[in-house]
Write a protein that binds this ligand. Structure first.
Ligand SMILES: N[C@@H](CCC(=O)N[C@@H](CS)C(=O)NCC(=O)O)C(=O)O
Length: 315
């Protein structure tokens, strides 16, 4: 991680822990918003007007949080307006690096070798982890936002003056229900699988494991009435948040994170739902199974030998 703008080489994604060995995720530091007219958003300062070509996403295909933002870029017609650079999926002792792996990009925009260089460019005394996603502003050379939940929400609407952004992923009449289900899914599933994977006590692992499968059972029951998406006919940001965890489940969480009561394939409702979303225009471009496996299984703390399992070959 970076400490006052200087990289400290003790990097492994074993983040903070509480007294009982539970995994704690750091909160994001850059919280400005791109808005149609550059007015400030709910957090941070203003000055980030929506303009084609001005903003760029730095992502990792391994990362569910970054993949949320890639999905929104595809689903909201922003491919031509916002560029993307994908890092090497294998973690290094300096965090995410560019190039050097099939499908990983060099940083053509800023010429950086490691993602942490962009953080110190944005804030020379930054202290914290250098995480993806990063939404970068080419014009002022800084990070607009590094919190995927914010990026998803701002990209849903900010560019409606430039393109037809299609259906609203956060419609006002569902906002409260979306916020509530987002919070439940984050705690029990999106972050729950990480809590299982990075637990350092049996008790912390088992707590997380049960949260994960209780939640998957609840979701399987919710979809049993034949609805297309979590809230019925309308795709919302909650579907995006669920999809990114489901699509990694059998390839990474079932094995590496020991979430192994059953595979996702064994849950017919959720499995069909996964494929329904995967079939939406552009979504398959945001999923790279090879990067997902190579990335997760390169986490040395969990898999010192670095062997990447051969299966599963499909989703
Ligand atoms: N709150 C962030 C979390 C992002 C995050 O944890 N990204 C991970 C990859 S999945 C990362 O970049 N980790 C590098 C590190 O912790 O040093 C978000 O949702 O945007």
């Amino acid at each position: 991680m970076l400490v006052n703008g200087v990289w400290k080489e003790n990097w492994q994604p074993v983040q903070a822990q509480d007294g009982e060995g539970r995994f704690l995720r750091q909160s994001s530091a850059f919280r400005h918003w791109v808005t149609p007219d550059g007015a400030p958003g709910p957090t941070g300062r203003g000055g980030f007007r929506a303009e084609p070509g001005r903003y760029h996403l730095y992502v990792a295909y391994i990362c569910p949080w970054a993949s949320r933002t890639l999905m929104v870029r595809e689903l909201k017609g922003l491919r031509e307006l916002i560029g993307v650079t994908a890092v090497n999926p294998r973690l290094t002792d300096q965090g995410w690096r560019f190039g050097g792996y099939p499908g990983a990009d060099e940083d053509r925009l800023n010429g950086a070798r490691y993602l942490h260089e962009l953080y110190t460019r944005a804030d020379p005394s930054y202290t914290g982890r250098a995480t993806v996603p990063v939404l970068w502003d080419n014009q002022t050379g800084t990070i607009v936002n590094n919190e995927s939940a914010d990026i998803v929400r701002m990209l849903n609407r900010a560019f409606s003056g430039w393109v037809d952004q299609g259906p609203d992923l956060y419609p006002p009449d569902l906002a409260d229900a979306i916020d509530a289900l987002n919070a439940e899914l984050y705690e029990n599933l999106n972050n729950g699988v990480y809590q299982a994977g990075f637990a350092t006590t049996q008790q912390a692992y088992e707590e997380a494991y049960h949260k994960v499968f209780t939640t998957l059972d609840r979701l399987e029951a919710r979809l049993a009435d034949g609805r297309t998406y979590l809230f019925g006919d309308r795709l919302t940001e909650t579907d995006i948040r669920l999809f990114v965890t489901l699509v990694r489940f059998d390839a990474a969480y079932h094995g590496l994170f020991k979430c192994n009561r059953n595979t996702l394939k064994a849950m017919p409702g959720l499995h069909a739902y996964l494929h329904r979303i995967l079939a939406l225009e552009g979504v398959a471009r945001t999923v790279d199974l090879d990067h997902i496996k190579a990335g997760y299984y390169s986490i040395k703390a969990l898999n010192p030998g670095g062997i990447v399992p051969v299966g599963p070959g499909d989703l």
